[in-house]
Design a binder for this molecule. Structure first.
Ligand SMILES: [Zn+2]
Length: 160
């Protein structure tokens, strides 16, 4: 049996999980997006089993299967972990408030994805104008809508 303290293994698992990027936004980790809720390490019959509780961001997104697979690969690569069990939690409900400032900035800078402000307004990530209007609910995925900035005329994706 491993003599590594459980807390150290949890830290290793936490770092491994944090290294997983969202498949739709390479460079933005699922930890920064606020998906990671619980990380536990249980004693399995063959060794430590990591149990990772994730919160689905945008219900119905096909990326969820990819995320679960990526997390399993990253965590089971750890020498102190025998297996990894990824569970999608039904609560708490994900909201854009769970995103880190770094993730919010990365989405705006690299992907021109913006979040709705609390007042429902939008700000163009390209030019900073508030004159952004959602044109269609038919975004590239069900997670997002396409908006247009009337000031710089760039398309902007709006995260629901
Ligand atoms: Zn603009």
């Amino acid at each position: 049996m491993s003599s590594v303290p459980a807390t150290t293994v949890v830290d290793q698992v936490r770092r491994a999980v944090a290294s997983v990027d969202d498949p739709e936004y390479p460079g933005v980790s699922i930890a920064d997006l606020g998906l990671v809720e619980t990380i536990e390490v249980e004693d399995g019959s063959d060794g430590p089993v990591a149990v990772v509780g994730l919160i689905p961001t945008f219900s119905g997104c096909p990326a969820l299967d990819m995320i679960a697979t990526d997390v399993q690969h990253a965590v089971t690569a750890l020498t102190d972990v025998r297996d990894c069990d990824v569970r999608w939690l039904s609560g708490p409900v994900w909201s854009t408030a769970r995103m880190s400032p770094a993730a919010t900035a990365s989405l705006a800078d690299q992907y021109t994805v913006v979040l709705r402000r609390k007042d429902g307004g939008l700000r163009c990530p390209v030019c900073g104008s508030d004159d952004v209007a959602v044109q269609s609910d038919a975004g590239p995925t069900r997670c997002r809508a396409i908006a247009w900035c009337a000031s710089c005329r760039n398309p902007v994706e709006v995260m629901r």
